[in-house]
Design a protein around this ligand. Sequence first.
Ligand code: ATP
Ligand code: MG
Length: 561
Amino acid sequence: MSTNETPAESTDFIRDIIREDLASGKHDGTVTRFPPEPNGYLHIGHSKSICLNFGIAAETGGRCHLRFDDTNPIKEEMEYIESIQTDVRWLGFDWGEDLYYASDYFETLYGWAEELIEAGNAYVDDLSADEIREYRGTLTEPGRPSPYRDREPGENLDLLRRMRAGEFADGERVLRAKIDMASGNINLRDPVIYRIMHVDHPRTGDAWCIYPTYDFAHGQSDAIEHITHSLCTLEFEGHRPLYDWFVEHLSVPSAPRQIEFARLNISSTVLSKRKLLRLVKEGHVDGWDDPRMPTLSGIRRRGVPPEAIRNLIDRVGVAKRDSVVDYALFEHCIRELLNKDAERRMAVLNPLKIVITNYPEGASEELAAVNNPEDPDAGSRMVPFGRELYIERDDFMEDPPKKFFRLAPGREVRLRYAYFITCNEVIKDSDGEIVELRCTYDPATKGGDAPDGRKVKATLHWVSAAHAVEAEVRLYDHLFEVEVPGADGDFVDDLNPNSLEIRSGCKLEPSLGPFVPGEQVQFERLGYFAPDTDSKEGALVFNRIVTLRDTWARIRKQQGR
Ligand code: ATP
Ligand code: MG
């Protein structure tokens, strides 16, 4: 073994299968793909598929394609095509030259449709969508054949060509594969493979007015691209016999092997593009990249580093059984990473002014503060200190209960990296609201320790009033107030009305001014934060990525849930 120790290789049933296929010589390389439909933004569920497909390709020296399964022009948009590429790249993966679109194969797929007709394996059906559904039968009853099922190939070919030529209206006719109306697998009961849609396609424009269904395009696109292992989620298990049937009955260039795995589900959120689109359209959130959204763009905007998502996916693993991952595990992965990587800074979110009466007026000094106690290489910085400071309003109580150890009248506490201070006087306005504290400091405690060994029970963070930069800070909570949104009713009714709290007039130490989106920082004692994309010089906006401790679990316990 070399001195460069290789990390233990993670494995799962899919990687086992692939390793066997390579060892047995069935394949001499792997080609996988991530196949999004461009009908919405990617969410954290998709990262499981992305990490799996790109991960396996990287581990086996293969390739992973990014392929847009863009067969439904009604729901698809260029905006989604672009956002998906941005998100996959941000997550840390690269498809190189291998960017494909199912729409590039429309002509080939159409040719295969004619091939099916010529072999007596497909027919044009004049039944309406409702009738087709009715004839299809149920899980317990077999389907009935359409009266058009036995059309001759010649007539079918003529009708399909006229469908393509635009002679018929939307929904007037469809092309169906002729398989088995009595099959126990409903997917095999003569599935529709082409439908008429007089709609422009984001990529092919008005070239087509008939479009293949997802089921007719997906497996064949894999075959065209010589995908060796087509990895998809469990809901496609029942479609596998259909994809295999197409591969058997068509002159496709390869036969990919489909393997299904369980979707990633996370508590207290929804992972479905349809539901996320509704949140956006109905204005429950501020767009796809709202930092409360489980979309990759929302998670990125909030400030979560992509590595935290990759770590979560690693930890969850790949299995065949569906399960729900606790949101707290995701937060744990974020904290674990940022505790190691994020520099510490001081910020006061709910400021209370204090005046150090024995500190010379107009004077200031710089005190050394450690950037990251977990990382000696991160060094230290200088933090300005002066006569007027801000501390957190919560860190003072005029009439403290027994267990409150922070600042109170007559009590001494430590200001981090600075001095011991004692509160002598509380100043209030005419409404009785505390507006200022008068304190004294002990110059001998510079750096935060008393030479005489006397102790204090609390260390507070603070910011110098003369040097502070102002910011708006956005505090986020779960987007939904229940673990399974929509479990009893409409998921929208389960939205958390307190998922966003905006604090304005927050006071930050000046070294936070230059932080930009994508850079994370710990505000001491408060949590991990990152600048929002709304942040501008002179009008800083920070997002709370995650608190330091798992408040959520505690709140839920208190609520007795
Ligand atoms: P949604 O249900 O959110 O609309 P989808 O499955 O329709 O998602 P696609 O664009 O078809 O979205 O998904 C692209 C790939 O990502 C598919 O292979 C799909 O199986 C996979 N995928 C989607 N959601 C998840 C998830 N929650 N966990 C793992 N893989 C997922
Ligand atoms: Mg899908």
